[in-house]
Design a protein around this ligand. Sequence first.
Ligand SMILES: NC(=O)C1=CN([C@@H]2O[C@H](COP(=O)(O)OP(=O)(O)OC[C@H]3O[C@@H](n4cnc5c(N)ncnc54)[C@H](O)[C@@H]3O)[C@@H](O)[C@H]2O)C=CC1
Length: 516
Amino acid sequence: MDAPTTTSSAGNDGTGGTGGSSGDWGWFTPSRKRDEDAPQGPDQEADRSAPSRPVNPIRPVGTGAERRLPAPAPAPARAGQSEPPSPGAGAPPAGNPPAGNPPAREGEEHQRPTETPGAQDVRPAGLFSDGSAGLFSDDRTASLDAVLIRRTMAEIEPIADKVTSYFYALLFVQHPYLRPLFPAAMDSQRDRLFRALLTAAKLVDDLDILTEYLSGLGRGHRKYGTRPEHYPAVGECLIGALTRYATGTWSDETEGAWVRAYTTISQIMIDAAAEDELRAPAWWQAEVVGHELRTPDIAVVTVRPDQPYPFRAGQYTSLETPWWPRVWRHYSFASAPRADGLLSFHVKAVPAGWVSSALVHRARPGDVIRLGPPAGKMTVDHSTDNGLLCLGGGTGIAPIKALVEDVAEHGRNRPVEVFYGARSDHDLYDIDTMLRLAQTHHWLSVRPVVSDGPTNGLSGRLPDAVRQYGPWNSYDAYLSGPPGMIRSSVDTLRGIGIPSHRIRHDAIEELVTAGD
Ligand SMILES: NC(=O)C1=CN([C@@H]2O[C@H](COP(=O)(O)OP(=O)(O)OC[C@H]3O[C@@H](n4cnc5c(N)ncnc54)[C@H](O)[C@@H]3O)[C@@H](O)[C@H]2O)C=CC1
């Protein structure tokens, strides 16, 4: 089992930390060498030309207070000039650990949105729902570090696969003890790393949001057994991979920017994990107590955690089954917190989805799974009486149902309008529950919307159906479902006048954020 992280911050282990935020190049010496001392390992071609990098690790330093100073916009350093690392921002390390011995190809579970979207989608929920924050759109006002980091990202984006493969080759050759923390099949892990980099690159100048994002990431990493001393190794290899592949934009200045960024990132994650350790377990064990097959591919799975599991309706968690150790997937809670402490999830088995298939076709009462911490911000704002316009597509109805229960428990009569979309009537696996809720609560209406077949409900796609009703200007919108549905719904809702800050949904990209 993964061990919890220690509470100590890196940098105080006597191996070069300066004890302050200034740091110095003594523990991270830039090197211009490119092709010497290549490591041996899985990527032999890559390894032959691996850059010769000192093994001095990046050491996160400084205090939380120091890091909350505004992100620096350092004057450009001349080539070869040393520059002390200082807070900036950037790229989190890899996260998802290890599968036991999964099938050759890692399929997407699709239990949470996972398509590769535009940069605006790689975000913590709700942060950029106005869609304005294209990755490089704010370069005019960005700090120099941010500009340098984004240039690197732009350069490597088309070759992200190569860069991440190389990064992991370096990591596992130079630090083989880290290999067991990662899945046996690394396909989706590579994507995760790059998505995390993109996210951090975009957030470089927004320290508050970056801190929130990375804190979640740090807390989520506890369940993997990530420890403070692992971060420098990851940072070294990340810089090594960038050095090799971002040749068009790489310079001492760029390297300085990345070192500062990574130093900040790792420290935020380490601190968040340490704080979290004081109040929550790294993971929960939960026994399956209910397993109801609603369609041949969709199951409602109910579990009993081994200790209290605090969360809010609308949030999600990461989940690991005993059949694929260290392969974690996200699922939303399908109910608001219950008095009996039970949690339920709606799981659709997707092709090549190891976890989803195991949960649907294999899990039975008595099986024990693991849960990570709750995450996500698609929660009800109880400080307003605005109505809730809820769009749930497919198993995306799960958190919508939780939101409805949450409103019911708060006892305030707010209108809640649910549009429940599916491909066919048959796929509306939870319609009975939703209609029962609507019968119980006069403030709730539920409309089934079927896109691909005959129906007694509404026909067409969810956003089009919503457009036929309204007006929605006094409503807050909550969206949950496949990525395409979220994107087109956001467009539609903005088009009909719901301001971006009142449209909530989970990150379209699976958030490495949540620690996965
Ligand atoms: N299980 C869970 O806890 C949660 C799952 N999700 C996500 O919900 C999705 C559910 O997948 P399925 O049940 O297979 O849904 P699906 O693919 O059958 O689609 C559900 C609905 O979304 C509509 N839709 C799909 N693409 C659309 C587009 N581009 N524009 C407009 N409408 C579109 C469909 O017409 C249908 O009404 C997955 O992506 C999953 O990641 C999201 C939140 C929670």
